[in-house]
Design a protein around this ligand. Structure first.
Ligand SMILES: [Zn+2]
Length: 129
């Protein structure tokens, strides 16, 4: 089911602890781990995509007089998940780690320390369910 990856930068040596991707058999409805850049601390962290994205219902005005409830998706602005296209170089030759419909490049990801696209997501070697 889920697995771990370790972010390592080939250029500056930046590395973090292993990040869990996806969820296990028992918690996959509430837990979906993903690597993301914390833009406040400038570190790569594991986030739970279920907390990152939330749906909120807002009232939107239609034709001056009427209001309708509209569901909009809200994300936590502090984090940028690594499946976002701006977080990696889209080189087709590079393999992916994937979970559900989310893909993470095995290399050429953005490194928050040296600001280059030299970060690998190495296999953490741990599978969990
Ligand atoms: Zn780096």
């Amino acid at each position: 089911m889920g697995f771990t990856i370790i972010p390592i930068c080939k250029k500056c040596g930046y590395q973090t602890k292993a990040v869990s991707v996806g969820g296990g058999k028992l918690n996959h409805r509430t837990q979906c781990g993903a690597p993301a850049l914390n833009t406040e601390s400038n570190e790569i962290e594991e986030i739970n995509l279920y907390n990152y994205k939330s749906s909120v219902i807002v009232k939107r005005r239609i034709l001056y007089l009427f209001y309708r409830n509209v569901t909009v998706e809200k994300t936590d602005d502090r984090y940028i998940p690594y499946y976002e296209p701006k977080m990696f170089v889209n080189d087709k030759k590079i393999g992916n780690h994937h979970w559900n419909n989310k893909y993470y490049k095995k290399s050429k990801n953005f490194c928050p320390k040296c600001k280059s696209f030299n970060l690998d997501f190495a296999d953490g070697g741990i599978w969990f369910d």
